[in-house]
Design a binder for this molecule. Structure first.
Ligand SMILES: *Cc1c(COP(=O)(O)O)cnc(C)c1O
Length: 346
C-alpha cells in the first residue's frame, strides 16, 4: 500500500489518477476475483454507478426498478430532466416486463435484493433474455455481496458495489467498485475515472482490503442472526410484517433460494401503529445504533420514510442491518424497544 500520487518517470505508471496505484489494484484484484470479472475501484458506490450511467449515449432508454437505492433514482431522474436520457421504472418482480424491456432499453439497471424492500429479481431470466444490440445489463450487488451472488456468471455485463457497506464492513470508509467481463468496457470506465477524478482514497482502499479479510466471517454471522431475528420478529405482537428473503413467506423467497447462497444481513419490518411508534423503536434501542447505512459489524436501524425523497415508503417500515453482536443481546434490545413503542401506538 503506497500513498503515492505520482511515480518516477519511466516506471509503468506516471500519475495515479491516470494509471492507478498498486493499492487500488490490490482491491480491484480481490473484488474482481470474487465476482469473476475485472474490477475498477472508485471514490464511492455512487461514483461507480455514475461511471456506468456515463457510458450511455444521449437519448438512450434506461430502465430502473421501482424500488432501488435512492441515489440511483436521483441520478436517473436528474439526467432525464436535463434531456440526457429517458427513464422507465418497472417493478423488479415483473420479470416478463423486464424481458420485454431488454429488446428496447440501452441500460437495464437491476438491484437484487433491493434497498430497502428486499425484493429479489429473477436475475437469471432477465440477464439471459435477448437484448437490443449494444444494450447493457447492470446489477447493483451491494446487498448480496459477491459471496452470496455473482451476477456476471448469470449473464450481466456490469456489477457495481458500494464498498462503503459490507465489503468495508466497519462504517469507516466510502468506496465503490465496478466489475465487468471485457477489456473494452474496463478501459472505457477507467477513462471516466481518469476524466472525472472519482478516484478512491489510499486510506479507504487500505480499510476496504482490511475489511474484506473478514467478509466471509462477518457475513456468515450477520445472516445467521438476521434469519433468527426475522423469524422472531414475524411472531412479535408489535410487528405487522417482516421482509427478509430467507423467510418462506417472503414474496420472492423462491428466487432468493435459487440465486442467493445466503439471504443477507438486512431485514425490513413494519411496526404496529403509526410512524411515531416506529420512531419510538429507533429511539428505544440501546445496542442497535439509530443510524443509516448497512453491512457493518455494528447493527444499524432507521425509518427510511423519514429520509427526504423516501416518503413513498411505508411510514412504519424500519430497515435493520444486522451486525455481528450476540443475537440474544440484539433480540433483547429489539424486543424491549418494540414493547415500549406500543405505548406510543395507543
Ligand atoms: C449505499 C448504496 C449505494 C451507494 O453507495 P455509496 O458508497 O454511498 O456512494 C448504492 N447502492 C446500494 C444498494 C447502496 O446500499
Amino acid at each position: 500500500m503506497s500513498p503515492a500520487s505520482n511515480f518516477v518517470l519511466g516506471d509503468a505508471r506516471a500519475y495515479a489518477r491516470d494509471d492507478g496505484t498498486p493499492g487500488w489494484e490490490a482491491l480491484e484484484a480481490v473484488v474482481g476475483g470474487l465476482e469473476g470479472g475485472q474490477a475498477l475501484a472508485l471514490a464511492s458506490g455512487m461514483a461507480a454507478i455514475a461511471a456506468v450511467f456515463d457510458q450511455v449515449a444521449v437519448g438512450s432508454l434506461i430502465v430502473i426498478p421501482d424500488d432501488c437505492y435512492q441515489g440511483v433514482t436521483g441520478l436517473a431522474r436528474a439526467g432525464e430532466q436535463r434531456g440526457r436520457w429517458r427513464v422507465r421504472t418497472l417493478p423488479a418482480t415483473d420479470t416478463q416486463a423486464w424481458v420485454a424491456a431488454c429488446r428496447e432499453a440501452d441500460l437495464l439497471w437491476l438491484e437484487s435484493p433491493s434497498n430497502p424492500l428486499l425484493v429479489v429479481a429473477d436475475l437469471d431470466v432477465i440477464c439471459a433474455a435477448p437484448r437490443k444490440p449494444g444494450a447493457t445489463v447492470a446489477v447493483d450487488n451491494t446487498f448480496a455481496t459477491p459471496l452470496n451472488q455473482q451476477p456476471l456468471g448469470l449473464g450481466a455485463d456490469v456489477v457495481v458495489h458500494s464498498a462503503t457497506k459490507s465489503l468495508g464492513g466497519h462504517s469507516d470508509l466510502l468506496a465503490g467498485l465496478v466489475v465487468v467481463r471485457d477489456d473494452a468496457r474496463l478501459a472505457a470506465l477507467r477513462h471516466v475515472r481518469e476524466l472525472t477524478g472519482a478516484t478512491p482514497g489510499t486510506l479507504e482502499v487500505f480499510l476496504a482490503l482490511r475489511g474484506l479479510r473478514t467478509l466471509a466471517l462477518r457475513l456468515e454471522r450477520s445472516q445467521q442472526s438476521a434469519q433468527v431475528l426475522a423469524e422472531r420478529l414475524s411472531v412479535h405482537p408489535a410487528v405487522t410484517g417482516v421482509r427478509y428473503p430467507g423467510l418462506s413467506g417472503h414474496p420472492t423467497h423462491a428466487a432468493a433460494r435459487r440465486q442467493l447462497a445466503g439471504f443477507g444481513m438486512v431485514i425490513s419490518f413494519d411496526v404496529r401503529g403509526t410512524a411515531a411508534a416506529a420512531d419510538a423503536v429507533c429511539a428505544g434501542v440501546r445496542l442497535i445504533r439509530h443510524a443509516t447505512s448497512l453491512g457493518a459489524v455494528e447493527s444499524t436501524m432507521e425509518r427510511r420514510a423519514a429520509v427526504p425523497g423516501q416518503e413513498h415508503l411505508p411510514p412504519t417500515l424500519l430497515r435493520l442491518s444486522v451486525g455481528i453482536e450476540s443475537v440474544d443481546d440484539l433480540w433483547r434490545d429489539l424486543d424491549a424497544a418494540l414493547q415500549q413503542s406500543q405505548a406510543v401506538a395507543r
